[in-house]
Design a protein around this ligand. Sequence first.
Ligand SMILES: Cc1ncc(COP(=O)(O)O)c(C=O)c1O
Length: 479
Amino acid sequence: MAAASSYSPHASSRIASTPTHLIPLSESHKSLSFSSQLQILSLKSLHTTSKPHLQRVSAVVRTELGSEAMEVDISLSPRVNSVKPSKTVAITDQATALAQAGVPVIRLAAGEPDFDTPAVIAEAGINAIREGHTRYTPNAGTLELRKAICHKLKEENGISYTPDQVLVSNGAKQSIVQAVLAVCSPGDEVVIPAPFWVSYPEMARLADATPVIVPTSISENFLLDPKVLESKLSEKSRLLILCSPSNPTGSVYPRKLLEQIAEIVARHPRLLVMSDEIYEHIIYAPATHTSFASLPGMWDRTLTVNGFSKAFAMTGWRLGYVAGPKHFVAACGKIQSQSTSGASSISQKAGVAALGLGYAGGEAVSTMVKAFRERRDVLVKSFGELEGVKISEPQGAFYLFLDFSSYYGSKVDGFGVINGSESLCRYLLDKAQVALVPGDAFGDDSCIRISYAESLTTLQEAVERIKEALIPIKSAIIV
Ligand SMILES: Cc1ncc(COP(=O)(O)O)c(C=O)c1O
């Protein structure tokens, strides 16, 4: 291993006073990735602490161009070190790489509709460019779009907002992280029912807040038990995140249950609610959507998040929004103004066209929802025939969250032990060439998530492959 020989003047003055020890490259920091121009010769820890995310690390590097080796402090911010990378993205990337290498992988891991953006919306985007709507918009979004959002929220959700209570962002994801950063202080708790969308706990960590996970059960359709919720609340609880229809379970909160939750929330003066309603339109009757902010007493403490990605098949347009009391929305806007500024002017024009499609997205959206429903029915039936698999029939979104835990504990020849959702997903990718997301990424290791944003024929092929691949597991030796 090369010794740390030449230091930059800045790095060496800081490094000199701190105890150091070398870290073997092969054992540590395997996950570090660098620009292909940097070759790492050795790593050393600049100071040791029991908290891994506070560890400072220095590397001796050399550029590919063959310049002299130099020492660079490659430590990352503790904030980044405390955040886990997204497993959904990791498995999607792995499946994409396999597909590019010619392996016929069926990709059911990503959370995006397989439909094209409806033509009317796409045309509005094209016209926006033609008509020169290509400049910065106000940070909060164009007044035209914010007015259209207010109109939608009033007509469809029964909640009244004015345009200054709406902030348009680059996707709902940005709206959510900004809201978490805007309202949480270090030490605050963010209460998240599990299974949860992968980003919620990580966003809480980014805000130096603590995620508090509230488990739910498949036998209760993954819906929060109000008593369990109440037992997790304290004066530290700052934000409760609700997601209905839910990613990953497809559960939809009935109004009555939301009312019970609202009663509990009302007893905790510090507690705010973020209601993520991005799958609102992808819902299967008789289930209906209720906006949390529309419940008595909840408007003042609710941040309603919604967006265009899912219902309007607009994932790549990056458009979402948050609506709530001006005090909080303005704080989110402040963060946005110092990070990304307003969303794309072109996407905002497309967003206006999307909201102009009519109630709940009109026929364009209902056609997609009809297709999702048909796929859900086929999948629920097919997996229902599989011994040992538990299902809660989703009422919305486009995911099935299936309990495969009866398959855990088996040793499969040529693969090894299947000891949880991650190894089961690796096995299915390997053996069936179907990419799925392990439930542990969503806080429930007994399940795996299947996205049915794919054609019926592809889904049927995937089910056949999964069933085939599961045969040796059931007959395998339980270890
Ligand atoms: C529950 C949930 N909320 C928010 C988002 C973010 O959506 P976007 O940033 O594409 O608007 C997603 C995307 O997967 C989601 O599943």
